[in-house]
Design a protein around this ligand. Structure first.
Ligand code: PMP
Length: 410
């Protein structure tokens, strides 16, 4: 069996792999707590359900235009106007099967082989793999000051004549960091001057805490949509907790959107009409659930940080948004229980039945990503279990489910 070199080089998605491991353990009756996957627990908005159900019961389930139904695009244009203060035209919008596909289509559309894309660490695991899939080269920029906030001088140093794009994700998966406006202003200016695409992955842009806001990148340029280098990606997955509906979109200059239209027409034809109807229902329905989700995550963030800060070996910076944090576990890896974050994550799953994602997957060795999208009870119990497994100062007995366990490895 021959498999292409390129396909072979693509890493397995660690979050899906961990999720599968957790599912198998849970099926065996193990009381696993999953802090791995990033998925809100809410039910889909009723307007999304009704609108897709109406489409289904009408029975007219056919292809749509490759870039999405006119009515969903209209709802996206309204969303863009209301949330980005930007008037876009239907020709600027391409709807895809999730923001993931949107990002892939953008990269496929703008990169020649060997072109470079700047990715800011810590980064979402899929960016480097997607860049590689279209024969591009991911260039990882890590803040030299050890923080999670990128610095313009590091980006400038990493830029070459091959740099085609910079991907910015704020608030950020995996750190939860909300980037400062002055940084965004600098990066927008830099991209406009150097003719480098600025891909804004805004999938978490409404999930921001402490009364702050994610300022739209458009605000930092005088250029109109057609001449700007800004491309915005968004979707319903995190906004409404509709991960399974698989609808995302891009707002981009028309010239780029036209090519993305062709790319999508030749690969998937179009996203499902039923799921587009659901996204339209969510976008045009009551928006209070977005705020409810945001408030839940802000409360969960507070609990998570409080619990982690009572853990002497762990350092954690407070996320400004999303439902993730990326605490520093370097006091425990390398250590006698784990040589690195991947081993530590495996150790915690085995001993404490808690799923975490190792920081090396996000370009931050020594850290673990914890999702606080679940319940407060899960968060408190999971941190207590992690503490038991790692901290010699914590009590050495614990109940996991109905089993009493004794720590005998520290
Ligand atoms: N970007 C980031 C930063 C994400 O975390 C995710 C989902 N985990 C996506 C994009 C993809 O979202 P979607 O479900 O719309 O494909």
């Amino acid at each position: 069996m021959t498999i292409s070199q390129l396909a072979r080089s693509i890493a397995e998605s660690p979050t899906f792999a961990l999720n599968e491991e957790a599912r198998i353990l849970r099926e065996k009756g193990e009381p696993v707590i999953n802090l791995g996957i990033g998925e809100p627990k809410n039910k889909a908005p009723i307007t999304a359900i009704l609108s897709s159900a109406a489409k289904l019961s009408g029975g007219d389930i056919k292809y749509t235009p490759p870039d999405g139904t006119p009515s969903l695009k209209k709802a996206i244009l309204r969303y863009t106007e209301e949330n980005y203060d930007k008037l876009a035209a239907p020709e600027n919008v391409i709807v895809s099967a999730g923001a993931k596909q949107s990002l892939f289509n953008i990269l496929f559309t703008i990169l020649n082989p060997q072109d470079e894309v700047i990715i800011l660490a810590p980064y979402w695991v899929s960016y480097p793999e997607m860049v590689k899939m279209v024969y591009g080269i991911p260039v990882i920029v890590t803040p030299e000051d050890g923080s999670f906030h990128p610095r313009m001088e590091d980006i400038e140093r990493a830029t070459s004549s091959y740099t085609k794009a910079i991907i910015v994700n704020s608030p950020n998966n995996p750190s939860g960091e909300l980037f400062r406006d002055e940084f965004l202003a600098q990066v927008v200016d830099f991209c406009e001057r150097r003719k480098i695409y600025l891909i804004m992955d805004d999938i978490y842009h409404k999930l921001v805490f402490d009364g702050r806001k994610a300022t739209p990148a458009y605000q930092f340029t005088n250029k109109d949509l057609e001449s700007s280098m800004i491309i915005v990606v968004n979707g319903v997955s995190k906004l409404y907790g509709m991960t399974g509906f698989r609808i995302g979109w891009v707002v981009a200059p028309r010239k780029l959107a036209q090519v993305m239209y062709n790319v999508q027409a030749q690969t998937t034809s179009c996203p499902s009409v039923v799921l587009q109807a659901a996204a339209e229902g969510a976008l045009t329905g009551m928006q209070s659930m977005v705020e409810n989700l945001r408030l839940t995550f802000e409360n969960n963030r507070n609990v998570t940080i409080q619990e982690l800060r009572s853990f002497s070996g762990v350092k954690v910076s407070k996320p400004g948004g999303t439902f993730y944090c990326l605490p520093d576990f370097r006091a425990y890896c390398p250590s006698s229980v784990a040589k690195d974050s991947a081993e530590l994550s495996r150790f915690l799953l085995k001993k404490a039945l808690v799923v975490t994602v190792p920081g090396n997957e996000f370009g931050m060795e020594g850290h673990l990503r914890l999702s606080f999208a679940g319940s407060v009870k899960d968060i408190i119990t999971a941190v207590e279990r992690i503490k038991w497994a790692l901290d010699p100062n914590s009590p050495n007995e614990i109940y996991i489910g109905d089993r009493k366990l004794v720590r005998d490895w520290l």
